[in-house]
Structures are given as structure tokens and as C-alpha cells.
Design a protein around this ligand. Structure first.
Ligand code: PAF
Length: 274
């Protein structure tokens, strides 16, 4: 595995690649969720590039940029074992210069839910994903459905900017109790792990209600909120169509149910695609 830390090193390492390039962008502290993307990208492509970069422009003032878990040595080992060809680990200076041209999240879809709670987050995320997709030369790039809105906006960016890359959505990976895997789960104290399960339990409740033919969004949300009262603060429970517009009735095949809540230090998100 080649570790590239500069653009030049990355371009040099890419020279020998022929065939499809699978790409998995990450912010490091790799867990089984990332590994499932990496394994799929490995299986489906001739070559595999992974990036580890904690992107400052997608963190808001007061968020956990400094404290964000960094595990470079472990990440290198994991990527080596997973058969990664090139691991791109740039510094901030490699990725950004002063007074940059920026792209922005769309005014509606980019400013609801996560975009409303974290204004500017998606601008920074799209900016770095655009850079990473261009740098990697990926034919296929893999993103988790856990960040549902991120995934939708990346797909929109690729479409709107006529970018030549296939975005591959990948299923959410959960632990044995149902907690969606996230690098931020390391912040959870033992007693908080149980309460964090409220997010996936509320989604399970929604599944059961829908299976029992309850399609009324308000009634489903009410039941979910009662389960989510175990968390410290619910930021939102939203039931939207795949364009992130509010709906009144569940539309099978076109609905996403999303939750965001605080449990102790971390703010957790989870979702269910119906
Ligand atoms: O989902 C993430 O880890 C990040 O938002 C990404 C896509 C790597 C961009 O920094």
C-alpha cells in the first residue's frame, strides 16, 4: 500500500493504475462501517483508494474539530489489511489555500434538517468531496446511507456539475444491539450507550407501525418521540420524501425517516429508508 501525503505523491502513485478506481473518502478513526464501504469498493473495482482527512471546513464554530478522534496508525494498519492500494492522508495545507473559490449547498435541500442545525456544514463537506473526487480520479465512490442528506447532496453535486463518477450508496452498519456505527460513538460513556439505542429503537418502532399499515406521519413521529425521550435532547425527527420534502403519509419506496439527538457528549444521527 502506498501512503500519499501530498498531491504530487498521489498523482505519482496513480500513474500505474489502469481499470476502475474505487474510492472511499473518510475522516479516519475507521470502524466496521468504513470497513464495509472499503470491502465493497475493493470487491467492485480494479484499484482502491481511501482518504483520511479531518476536513476543517465542514465543522462549525464550537463543534468537535480539535477533539475529533484521530487514529492514523490504526487506520494505516486497517487499510493495509483491507487491500487498499493508495491511502491518501493530506494535511490541511495540502488541501486548501487562502481565499478559495467555494461551491455551496443548494438553498433548500442543503438547509433543512442537518443543514438547518449545522448551517455551512454541507458547503464545507461538498467542497472537500469535490476536491477528493477530482484528486482520486475515482470511477466509483462509496458513501454510507447513515449520512443520508450528505449522500443526497453529493449525488446532486455530481449531477449538477456533470462529474464523471458513480456514487454508490451503502447500507448503514449497526452493532449487535442496533446502534449505527459512527466515529463519534467513542464519546459515549457506558451508561449512555444504552440510551443511545433509543435512536435505532425509534426507527424500529416506525418500521413496525408501517408494517402494520400505519402510514400517518404525525402518529409515527409521536411514537418515535416517546422512545427518543431517553436521549438528552432530540434535535429532530423528520419523515420526508427522497427529495427531503415533508410528507403527511408514508410513501413506500420514496421515504426517509431521520433522527438526530444528543446523548451525553455526542450528537447522534440515524435514519431508515422506506
Ligand atoms: O462522511 C464523512 O466522513 C465526511 O463527511 C467526508 C465524506 C469524508 C467528507 O469529509
Amino acid at each position: 500500500m502506498i501512503i500519499a501525503r501530498t498531491i504530487e505523491e498521489l498523482q505519482e502513485a496513480k500513474k500505474s493504475l489502469t481499470g476502475s478506481i474505487g474510492f472511499v473518502p473518510t475522516m479516519g478513526a475507521l470502524h466496521q462501517g468504513h470497513l464495509s464501504l472499503i470491502r465493497r469498493a475493493r470487491d467492485e473495482n480494479t484499484h482502491l483508494i481511501v482518504s483520511v482527512f479531518v476536513n476543517p471546513t465542514q465543522f462549525l464554530e464550537g463543534e468537535d474539530l480539535e477533539a475529533y478522534p484521530r487514529k492514523d496508525d490504526a487506520d494505516i494498519k486497517i487499510c493495509t489489511l483491507a487491500g487498499v492500494d493508495i491511502l491518501f492522508m493530506p494535511s490541511i495545507d495540502v488541501m486548501y489555500e487562502k481565499d478559495e473559490l467555494c461551491i455551496g449547498a443548494p438553498a433548500v435541500r442543503g438547509y433543512v434538517l442537518e443543514g438547518e442545525k449545522r448551517p455551512g456544514h454541507f458547503d464545507g463537506m461538498l467542497q472537500v468531496v469535490m476536491k477528493l473526487l477530482n484528486l482520486s480520479g475515482a470511477t466509483h465512490a462509496y458513501f454510507g446511507k447513515k449520512d443520508a442528506q450528505q449522500l443526497a447532496l453529493i449525488m446532486q453535486m455530481v449531477k449538477n456539475y456533470f462529474m464523471d463518477v458513480n456514487i454508490v450508496p451503502c447500507d448503514i452498519v449497526r452493532d449487535e444491539k442496533g446502534l449505527a456505527l459512527s466515529s463519534r460513538n467513542v464519546y459515549l460513556k457506558d451508561d449512555e450507550v444504552e440510551r443511545a439505542l433509543a435512536l435505532s429503537q425509534s426507527l424500529k418502532k416506525a418500521t413496525h407501525m408501517i408494517l402494520a399499515k400505519e402510514f400517518n406521519v404525525e402518529r409515527i413521529k409521536k411514537e418515535m418521540l416517546s422512545i427518543l425521550s431517553q436521549t438528552d435532547k432530540v434535535e429532530y425527527v423528520a419523515i420526508v420524501n427522497r427529495d427531503f420534502q415533508a410528507i403527511e403519509e408514508i410513501e413506500i419506496g420514496n421515504t426517509i425517516i431521520l433522527v438526530a439527538a444528543w446523548v451525553g457528549k455526542p450528537r447522534l444521527i440515524d435514519n431508515l429508508w422506506i
